[in-house]
Structure formats: structure tokens, C-alpha cells
Design a protein around this ligand. Structure first.
Ligand code: ZN
Length: 366
């Protein structure tokens, strides 16, 4: 028996039942909107579209319910008013169910989207990452402060040098092993990447004349294979003091004061005779271990002393090279590695950490 053979009233009833059958799965959402929170947002949006399709199919112009309106002619005249009311009431029921459900889905979707897009003002703000200075720069500035307080000027100079400044003027003989290409980097034009900051002594005395007190922190380059204590590029600080009557006592006093400022007032300094072409006499200097105070530890290799740098009285040949009379003026010079001092202070096992620019390492020094 097809629908068309049913009475008009039964056809309205059939349309309503067909709707209810399809509508059934939306009922739980209306009864308990919190059930929607178990679905992801995309699923709820799909349900909203399915509901709109349902409305078109059951209330649209081609729907079974719309078709029943044309059946009024088959209804007995005294029943037509009642039939009209039945159709309208059925239609109103469907519209109400659909509207209520649609409103529920719409509210849920809007709430979810608002929650996703809203800014939680109770969350801590995102601070922009600000940079900070490299540990070597921080240490260099501390060293500069110590020497500026002692009346020294800070000198900066070129990193690519002629052999005159890198070797000749520093009294480094023609056959000295440091000149060999195995030890010094040369450019294709035959210039040397300075292998020590002592080159700045020469520039400073030529430019300023004497008396002079200056330090020169900067990069130096040597053909070393990188290992935990060596790097082909590293930082040195050079110190020079030339005046009338300068003696070894001034050198010792200056180095001792520097090391007390850097490693504490109890720091003891010791000088050991050594040899450098540009100083005579020459001495290497050590200081008492800041960690164990001389008792012996890993940092000082159980000796109680830490070796730091070289020093000595400026060789008369160096003074003569820049036109200074060694009979009238004398001076001392010293040099040490900033990165070595930095590695000691922060107890770094590998000096290469300072040059690898790994933020996980560098961020510790903020
Ligand atoms: Zn120690």
C-alpha cells in the first residue's frame, strides 16, 4: 500500500513519523547539550549541516508534508478545517524540534570557537627573548674596568698584520719557529693573522709615544687543532707600561693587583723565569688556586697554582724599533688568554664551548 492510497490524515501522520525516525539521533543533544562536549567541533559542525538537510527534506516544497497540503480536495468538506489544522500543527511541531536542535548546536559551536580564540588574561605574558653579552665580553669588560682604574688606556687594533708588526718589531728573529706557516695563518697576499696581541704595543707606542700605559684585548690566531684547551682563534689581553724608572717590581705589583681584583684579595701571585723574544728578563706568572686556596684540586691539577700568562721587561730592541731610547725609558709587558681565564672562572672543561654559539650554553651567563 503506497502513501497515496492512505487517507490524507494518515499521510500527514506518515510524514511526521518519517521525520521523527530521522530526527531521533538529534534528541539526546537537546535533552542534554553537555553530550556535545564529547564530540570534536568538526563533528558538531557536520551534525549542524545534517540537521539543515533534514529540514529541507521534511519541510521543503518537495517534502511529503508539503504534498499533504494538496490533498485537501480529497477531504470531506466538514473535515477540511480540522485537516488544515492538523497539517499546520504537524508542521509547527517539526519546525519547533528543528529550531530547538539547531539553536543548541549553534550555541555549542559558538562557545567552542570563542574558547579557542579567546585570550586567557590570567596566563603569564610571553616575554620577548632579549639577548645578552657573551661571557668573554663580560670578562673583558671586567678586566678593562680593573685597568682603567689603574690609569691604563684601552687600545684596539688590526687583526691582520705585516711581518714587521707581528714579528720584526717584537724582536722575533728571522728563523723563529713562530714565523713558520705551520704556526701562523697567512693571507694569500702574505699578511699574517696576528698570533699575539703584542702587535698593539708597537702601534700604540708609534701613535702615542711614551710614557704609555695601555691594555689591548682582542682576537689572536694560531694554527692549532681544536681540542678542549686549544682553539685556532682565541682572545688575549696585552698590557704595556713604559715610563722612566719602570722596574720588575711595577710588573709584579700590577699583575698581583689584577689577580686580586679578579680572584679575591687573598690571591697570591708567583713568577717563574721564562723566555720570550720581546721581553728581557721574562717570566711566566701563576696565581694561587681560587678554588682550593692552594690545597690542591681538579682545577689546579692538585698543584695549588694556576698558570695564566707571560710577562717581562720590554726588550731594548723593541723600544729602539719605535724610536724610544732604552737608556731613558723602560717598561713591562704582559699577556694572557681571556678565554682561558673565562674557562677557569666558570670551571669549563672545554674551551670550545665559548666559540660554538650554542644558546643552551650561553643562556647560563645572563
Ligand atoms: Zn685548586
Amino acid at each position: 500500500m503506497s502513501n497515496s492510497e492512505l487517507s490524507p490524515e494518515h499521510q500527514v501522520e506518515a510524514a511526521r513519523k518519517a521525520f521523527e525516525q530521522e530526527f531521533e539521533r538529534f534528541v539526546p543533544f537537546v535533552d542534554d547539550p553537555s553530550a556535545l562536549t564529547k564530540l570534536d567541533l568538526e563533528t558538531v559542525v557536520a551534525e549542524q549541516r545534517a540537521l539543515a538537510d533534514l529540514r529541507t527534506r521534511h519541510l521543503g516544497k518537495k517534502s511529503a508534508l508539503a504534498a499533504t497540503k494538496k490533498l485537501i480536495g480529497r477531504v470531506a468538506p466538514d473535515q477540511r478545517a480540522a485537516f488544515g489544522q492538523l497539517v499546520q500543527a504537524t508542521e509547527a511541531t517539526l519546525v519547533q524540534s528543528l529550531d530547538q536542535t539547531e539553536q543548541t548546536l549553534k550555541n555549542h559551536i559558538e562557545n567552542e570557537r570563542t574558547a579557542r580564540e579567546s585570550i586567557d588574561v590570567t596566563l603569564p605574558g610571553r616575554r620577548p627573548r632579549s639577548g645578552h653579552r657573551h661571557p668573554i665580553t663580560l670578562l673583558r669588560e671586567r678586566l678593562e674596568d680593573v685597568f682603567v682604574a689603574l690609569g691604563y688606556a684601552i687600545e684596539d687594533d688590526r687583526e691582520i698584520e705585516t711581518d714587521f708588526y707581528n714579528f720584526d718589531a717584537l724582536n722575533i728573529p728571522e728563523n723563529h719557529p713562530a714565523r713558520a706557516w705551520q704556526d701562523t695563518f697567512y693571507t694569500t697576499e702574505g699578511f699574517a693573522l696576528r698570533s699575539q696581541t703584542s702587535t698593539v704595543q708597537i702601534h700604540a707606542m708609534q701613535r702615542r709615544g711614551v710614557p704609555v700605559r695601555m691594555i689591548a684585548p682582542g682576537r689572536v690566531f694560531r694554527r692549532d687543532t681544536p681540542d678542549p684547551t686549544h682553539n685556532p682563534m682565541f682572545f688575549q689581553v696585552e698590557g704595556l707600561c713604559v715610563d722612566r724608572g719602570i722596574s720588575m717590581a711595577h710588573l709584579k705589583g700590577t699583575v698581583a693587583e689584577l689577580l686580586r681584583q679578579m680572584f679575591g684579595p687573598d690571591t697570591v701571585t708567583r713568577f717563574r723565569p721564562s723566555y720570550f723574544p720581546f721581553t728581557e728578563p721574562s717570566a711566566e706568572f701563576d696565581f694561587s688556586c681560587f678554588k682550593c686556596k692552594g690545597a690542591g684540586c681538579r682545577i689546579c691539577k692538585n698543584s695549588g697554582w694556576i698558570e695564566l700568562g707571560g710577562s717581562g721587561m720590554v726588550h731594548p730592541n723593541v723600544l729602539r724599533t719605535v724610536g724610544v731610547d732604552p737608556q731613558e725609558f723602560s717598561g713591562f709587558a704582559f699577556g694572557f688568554g681571556i678565554d682561558r681565564m673565562c674557562a677557569l672562572m666558570y670551571e669549563l672543561d672545554d674551551i670550545r664551548l665559548l666559540f660554538e654559539n650554542d644558546l643552551r650554553f650561553l643562556e647560563q651567563f645572563e
